[in-house]
Design a protein around this ligand. Structure first.
Ligand SMILES: Cc1cc2nc3c(=O)[nH]c(=O)nc-3n(C[C@H](O)[C@H](O)[C@H](O)COP(=O)(O)O)c2cc1C
Length: 197
């Protein structure tokens, strides 16, 4: 199998088309089995370079490990997770996504594949999550992932939200929210359904 040298990150963003979806399918170990054309267009890898590679081929060094720890824990529980992820393209540029997963099960209930859809997160969300990720990364570099996980748990406790509720909140923020309006709260709950269809 070909081994690729990790690109050197450059501080330049690739902006996603909000109408388009990046899709990939992996086996239970995260090895890419399928990637749609838009994925390849954005990450700049050719199909033959991506298929058969672990999904961390596009892992960006600015991403804290704890987010992937939580992502994999959720997938192992056969559940979805809407995570905000910064990805590294082959040319070193980056792009932000929000994830949506579908876990395919065999007749015994074992996961046989993971199907990921990714879309452009709202711009305001990126500004907020960047700060949190920088803190988590700094803690991880100094103290390791168990300590950054404790920080993340404490941070969410302060917000009074689960991880999913927090992500939904910051995605929704400044987009459609108006204080205390019942209809708006209801609208917020449907945010991901509207985003991913
Ligand atoms: C279906 C699927 C899609 C994934 N998509 C991404 C992705 O877009 N970017 C990313 O960095 N990791 C993604 N991951 C997680 C990677 O497998 C990996 O855990 C992550 O890149 C961190 O790398 P590491 O586990 O080697 O530290 C995905 C995993 C699965 C199962």
């Amino acid at each position: 199998m070909a081994v690729f040298r990790k690109p050197t990150p450059v501080d330049e963003e690739i902006l996603l088309d909000p109408q388009k979806t990046i899709m990939s399918k992996t086996n239970p170990r995260g090895i890419i089995e399928y990637a749609n054309d838009y994925f390849m267009r954005i990450c700049r890898y050719e199909e033959q370079e991506l298929i058969g590679q672990p999904h961390n081929v596009i892992r960006h060094p600015d991403m804290p490990k704890v987010i992937f720890k939580w992502l994999w824990r959720r997938l192992q529980e056969k559940k979805n997770i809407h995570a905000i992820v910064k990805n590294l393209a082959k040319d070193g540029r980056y792009y932000w996504v929000i994830t949506d997963f579908e876990v395919k099960l065999d007749e015994k209930g074992n996961a046989v594949s993971f199907f990921a859809r990714r879309k452009a997160p709202p711009r305001t969300t990126i500004a907020i999550i960047k700060d949190l990720y920088q803190k988590l990364l700094a803690i991880e570099e100094a103290q390791g992932v168990d300590v950054s996980e404790k920080y993340l748990i404490g941070f969410l406790e302060e917000q009074g939200m689960t991880y999913d509720e927090y992500i939904e909140d910051i995605c929704f923020m400044n987009k459609e929210k108006e204080d205390g309006d019942e209809e708006q709260v209801h609208k917020k709950r449907g945010f991901f359904v509207r985003l991913f269809g």
